[in-house]
Design a protein around this ligand. Structure first.
Ligand code: HEC
Ligand code: HEC
Length: 289
């Protein structure tokens, strides 16, 4: 039975003939603006089918006359990146570090490349700007354990410190207390001696007692004057810069247990241009020699 269409008495609009519990539906036409948008969409979609990939087929899909493909776009982007990096990468590999620093284009590229590689690989330990933390050297200052020339820095990055590399930078401060080389009282005296190197000891007698101890046990690495030795990565003990801490308690702890910080080797993990860029970047941080 087809629904009965009749005029609604109040609005004068014809009803659809549907009725629910005495409420009937008016058959108003769709608004014009809505219709035009609808027709517009239909036309648009047909155009879209024609130019863009659209319909799935059994084994393929309609590719559209523009031949657009996001995969192609990615490949093209990657090629462009490779090409731009390739040219710079070649420069950063073939030039010496000094030449890179002297050539403004190469230097800019190295700094940008080095900064991003630093963020990815080094900032976890050395801090975002290379500011360091306890046990992780500050790379912004002119205090260097192993040396701050371009070549020193590149070598440290390549082989690491006490790392798994066969060529690693190496040295081992003995754990004087833990391994029973010195008595706790001697270590306390030595801590006063170390404090005295930066003019902070209040116990001249302890310093006197430790003088020979320092000469016998420490000066091979830290130098007779306590100013350190880069051949062993042994820090200068006379300045205000401390890797682990310069208060008496921390110094006693260092002498008792030793520290032996580890810096990973990057030679096998990062390619030559990246390591060179990192060396130039670290060198630029403020303390380069
Ligand atoms: C797992 C932590 C760690 C990571 C990651 C790390 N380092 Fe180090 N780095 C150290 C430690 C610890 C030392 C100090 C080692 C020592 O006691 O001689 C060090 C030392 C250095 C030094 C020598 C500083 C000096 O005073 O001579 C340089 C340069 C350096 N790191 C650069 C880098 C760069 C560049 C990266 C990233 C490619 C990096 N490090 C990643 C821990 C790390
Ligand atoms: C074999 C070489 C060697 C000898 C010997 C040695 N040291 Fe060290 N010392 C180091 C190295 C290397 C470091 C760097 C810290 C690390 O191991 O990561 C260091 C670090 C230190 C530090 C920490 C400095 C800081 O900035 O926090 C103190 C303090 C210190 N040594 C005191 C001594 C004293 C005192 C003696 C003698 C009893 C001594 N060392 C003997 C190699 C040596």
């Amino acid at each position: 039975m087809s629904p009965k269409r009749e005029k609604d008495a109040i609005t004068g609009v014809e009803t659809t003939g549907h009725e629910w519990d005495g409420i009937s539906e008016l058959d108003n036409p769709l608004p014009r603006w809505w219709l035009w948008i609808f027709y517009g969409c239909v036309v648009w979609s047909i155009g879209y089918w024609v130019v863009m990939p659209a319909w799935p087929l059994l084994t393929d899909y309609t590719r559209g006359i523009w031949g657009h493909s996001q995969r192609q776009q990615v490949v093209a982007d990657l090629d462009a990146l490779k090409a731009s990096r390739g040219a710079i990468g070649e420069k950063l590999t073939s030039m010496t570090l000094e030449q890179i620093e002297a050539d403004p284009t190469a230097q800019q590229a190295a700094l940008a490349w080095g900064k991003s590689a630093f963020g990815d690989n080094c900032a976890t330990c050395h801090g975002a700007g290379g500011g360091g933390a306890k046990g992780y050297p500050n790379l912004n200052d002119d205090v260097w354990l192993w040396g701050g020339s371009l070549e020193d820095i590149r070598h440290t990055i390549t082989v690491g410190v006490r790392s798994t590399s066969e060529e690693t930078r190496q040295s081992q401060m003995p754990a004087f207390g833990r391994d029973g080389i010195l008595e706790p009282a001697q270590i306390r005296d030595l801590s006063e001696y170390v404090l005295n190197l930066s003019g902070r000891s209040t116990d001249p007698e302890a310093v006197g007692r430790a003088t020979q101890l320092f000469a016998d046990n420490c000066s091979t690495c830290h130098g007779a004057d306590g100013k350190g030795n880069r051949a062993f990565g042994a820090p200068n003990l006379t300045d205000a810069d401390w890797l682990y801490g310069g208060d008496k308690q921390t110094i006693i702890e260092t002498i008792t247990k030793a520290r032996s910080g580890v810096m990973p080797t990057w030679g096998g993990r990062l390619d030559a241009p990246t390591i060179n860029a990192l060396a130039v970047y670290v060198h630029s941080l403020g303390g380069g020699e």
